[in-house]
Ligand binder design. Sequence first.
Ligand code: IZC
Ligand code: ZN
Length: 411
Amino acid sequence: MATLLVKNIGILQTPTGSYSHRGREQGENLKLQNAAILIRDGIIAEITADGALPEGGEDADTIIDAEGKLVTPGLVEGHTHMVFGGYRQHEIPMKLKGAGYLDILRAGGGILDTVRKTRAASFEELYDKTEGFLDEMMGLGVTTCEAKSGYGLDFDTEIKMLKVLKKLDEDHPMDVVATFMGAHAIPEEYKGRADEFIDMLCEELMPYVKEYELAEFADVFTEDSVFNYDQSKKYLEKAKGLGFGLKIHADEIEAIGGSVLAGEIGAVSCEHLIAINEEGLESMAKGGVTAMCLPATSFYLGANFAPARKMIDMGIPVAVASDFNPGSCPSLNLQFVMNLACIRYKMLPEEVLTAVTVNPACAIGRGDRVGTLEVGKQGDLVIWDAPDMDMLCYRFGSNLALQVIKKGELM
Ligand code: IZC
Ligand code: ZN
């Protein structure tokens, strides 16, 4: 039995429980002073405070002295598009000349540019590139992440992307949760035939993805010039019938009903929400949908910031994630996202911690295993070069993750 002890923890801070935290509870964290944590065979065996040590702790195979620093659960990244061919740095001058995100997409660029490059990339190329991203994310404190398909928009490439994620979940220490996002854009060969494309996804791709267990969730981009309310509903109803968990990219640029649909259809999370209106907020609150807010995308698009503070006050569980993708957020730094959540959303450090741990864990179906430091959960944690959460929300642009421990192993 492999054991690892982390001792001399200044503050061990964590949300508790295996459910999404909303309202006042979003800001409730357990804080233990002078704590220690013993992990046995990858699972948390005991947590102690006030200078006490877990039983048998001094005999652990590995002992790490946290030197009085902050320890939190490993971060959970709830929203990425990390498998893609090429990059889109050439869009920078277009943006500076005034082109908007949807202007670039309507002109055949944006997502469609990445689709061409992802179709052309081999499995090995995508695997190696994504593996590098996972390494980088883990170095920044992320120990579990979600990732979507959606740069194939045809059978072979969507499956290629999902197989890359499945293999990396097996090979890489990161836990990777896959989402099928065939409805990410209308591919060129279906231009003007979005309904037919949705039918193809529902009839050909989705059942295959389900049969071979290539994804646990299905997601759709409900947006002006992409998929409308009815098309999104059709796609999600099919996904629901097949047993996928549901997610919706909604109200990123315009509110066309995506967040309303999220509440109606029982989506587990709804993403972006920059332009959400009262009707959407009420539907999400009523449906218990987690708001997956993506402040680095607002930052990068020069757009407004989602009303996360208001969502918390309305009792909507809030998660924050990077949205790492080659177009609207070419950064995978979840620490920067935490800074933005604090400064731009006006979320308190405790609320931010909940938003990058237990809430996204629940939104990607891993709330029973990760997202909190409690006996019986996976031994995933970060020792930060910081004495407390305030410091983590305050310093930005540096990597404050000192040591990352995944399933009881030092990475
Ligand atoms: O590649 O532009 N919003 N999908 C929806 C994205 C951004 C990713 C991209
Ligand atoms: Zn996204």
